[in-house]
Design a protein. Sequence first.
Length: 302
Amino acid sequence: MKIGMIGLGKMGANMAQRLIKGGHEVVGYSRVSSAVLEASKVGVIGTESVTELIDLLPSPKLIWMMVPSGKSTDEAFASIIPHLTSGDILIDGGNTYYKDSIKRAAELSQKGIHLVDVGTSGGVWGLTEGYNLMVGGEKEVVESVRPLFEVLAPSPAEGWGYVGKSGAGHFAKMIHNGIEYGMMQAIGEGFEILQSKKEFQFNAHRMAQLWQRGSVIRSWLLELTERVLAEEPTLEDVEAYVQDTGEGRWMVMEALDMDVSTPVITAALQRRLRSRQAAPFSDKLVASLRNQFGGHEYKIKK
């Protein structure tokens, strides 16, 4: 297959490279010219514009978007759609809000254009290990591009699957990321307790190694924990600032709408938000209130 790849960041470029190794031809475009240059070194046919990319594709056009969610995705759709015609297939592999995918799929279907929403997991390791792909859209359209998913996944039969109609792929990825929030937070808190119990002088890296064999909590995230602690055991040079892509908060809001309790994931999301506050006003106020009603000591900033 010949496919257009829009968005050649680290993940998009790695996916393009895996597709090429699997026998597919990839035409690529990125707003960052250096990214196009780097991708061309691994076999991507680089272009300087969306229109040039589309012109190089046979009909029906097959385009995979791999851009950040939000404004970048909106702009990418706006630049691509005017050049597509009935029968063309547009795959959105980014972390798009599932309701936006449902809306876009309905709008594009009126023009005969097919939107496939693919929740994509695997990060920088996807190039060698393969990607986990949660695919939503029209089943027959998904089936028509099956060879792409079979190459990108860890194996043709594992690590990817059709999960439902339009929006289902991005909804599944949203839930996946929410679970990830809770798992990472639990690992982080557990290792902080180990580090804080000075009397035992735990070697955190050694504990991560130990738990990888036969333990109930053995996992890829624990493998990555081991890798991190091997490189920097104390994490002294890492700022305690945790970013998010938005999917965790979307999941929490969805749970609230459905009256589903998600205390662990909600707490993990709140902890991420807290990590970005150098001096939370709420903590200052609580300290001041304790002083007011009980005369408790509190620190004055010097």
